[in-house]
Design a protein around this ligand. Structure first.
Ligand code: HEC
Ligand code: HEC
Length: 291
């Protein structure tokens, strides 16, 4: 039922609805509003034709402009890469020690090394490079193979005991028991001697222990057990242990003597290339323990 009327006061047609004497005016929508509204509908239709929009079974309509956010990203990445290209080339051709003399280049290399580290290194050395038993901490001043920028670079280029790199860092601790180099008593004596160097419980320093150490261990671990980076023999006189975390124990030392472990790190030079390895070396060197 319609019973439209003209409202006396405003001269506008009413909708015919009335509540308690209050009538609803049927004010037309403003023109500008209507046109804007129609405009947005047209725009939406145009947009879905021009750009990817409607979902299909396995993809979506591609749109006549052929836009894709993936292609756009590729373009941005290519631009960013081109912008960095100069710096990457500069890193690649600068001797690694000289990179540290150039503040901007160092900053660039360190940032690159940081993200490379997350991808290639953190699974073994930890995201913060704090290491784990068997995987050295790279933040501290303790270096098995040396903490100068060149030494770190060398370690990264060729790895440690890498089966694929002939220039890899290599040294093998003999199995003193199985190879019959030391008797079980001598092993016990020298293990206690080593434990005594860092105050480990059960450690006992004796003249015989010292003698066995000098004759059998010093060649790789140093006369004073402070380690020899050229041999990859870790220091045995402090609280930093490769295989024992930060604890160190007489048992751990005996375990290494009974069955020496030989840590393996991949050679990164062939895999990541010169520039990336230098960036990683700069990053690792800058973690705090660099010498
Ligand atoms: C598969 C595990 C693994 C991965 C991945 C790995 N490392 Fe290592 N890394 C080791 C082990 C094990 C050692 C100790 C080798 C040894 O016993 O001498 C080591 C040693 C090192 C050393 C020598 C430390 C010292 O005290 O001299 C550096 C530096 C190093 N890694 C950096 C890196 C960087 C940078 C990456 C990433 C590009 C990386 N590592 C990836 C296992 C790994
Ligand atoms: C030919 C060299 C060589 C000789 C000799 C040698 N070592 Fe080692 N030793 C190593 C190397 C290399 C490592 C590190 C193994 C690794 O990186 O995986 C090592 C590791 C160790 C460790 C483990 C250190 C840690 O941080 O966890 C202990 C303990 C140790 N040696 C004790 C001895 C004692 C004691 C002797 C003498 C009886 C001895 N070594 C003789 C090369 C040697």
């Amino acid at each position: 039922m319609t019973d439209k009327q003209i409202d006396d006061l405003t001269g506008t047609e009413t909708t015919g609805h009335e509540w308690d004497g209050i009538k609803e005016l049927n004010t037309p929508l403003p023109r500008w509003w209507l046109w804007t509204f129609y405009g947005t509908i047209l725009f939406a239709i145009g947009y879905t034709i021009a750009y990817p929009a409607w979902p299909l079974i396995s993809s979506a309509t591609t749109g006549v402009l052929g836009y894709s956010s993936r292609a756009e990203l590729d373009k941005d990445l290519a631009l960013a890469k081109a912008a960095q290209g100069d710096l990457v080339a500069k890193v690649a051709e600068t001797p690694v020690a000289d990179i540290l003399k150039d503040e901007d280049l160092t900053r660039f290399a360190r940032a690159g090394g940081k993200s490379l580290f997350k991808v290639y290194c953190s699974q073994c050395h930890g995201t913060g490079a704090a290491g784990a038993p068997g995987y050295p901490n790279l933040n501290d001043d303790e270096w098995i193979w040396g903490g100068s920028i060149e030494q770190i670079h060398q370690t990264l280029m060729h790895g440690v005991r890498s089966p694929t790199d002939p220039d890899t860092r290599y040294n093998i601790m003999p199995n003193f028991a199985a190879d019959g180099i030391l008797t079980p008593e001598q092993i016990d004596t020298v293990a206690k001697q080593v434990a005594s160097y860092s105050g480990i419980e059960g450690g006992v320093a004796t003249p015989e222990g010292q003698q066995i150490f000098i004759e059998n261990c010093a060649a790789c671990h140093g006369e004073n057990a402070a380690g020899l980076v050229d041999m990859g023999g870790p220091s045995l006189n402090d609280k930093v242990w490769l295989y024992e975390g930060t604890q160190g124990s007489l048992e751990g030392i005996k375990a290494q003597l009974a069955a020496p472990r030989h840590g393996v790190m991949p050679a990164w030079g062939a895999r990541l290339g010169e520039a990336a390895v230098k960036e990683l070396a700069v990053y690792v060197h800058g973690l705090g323990g660099g010498q």
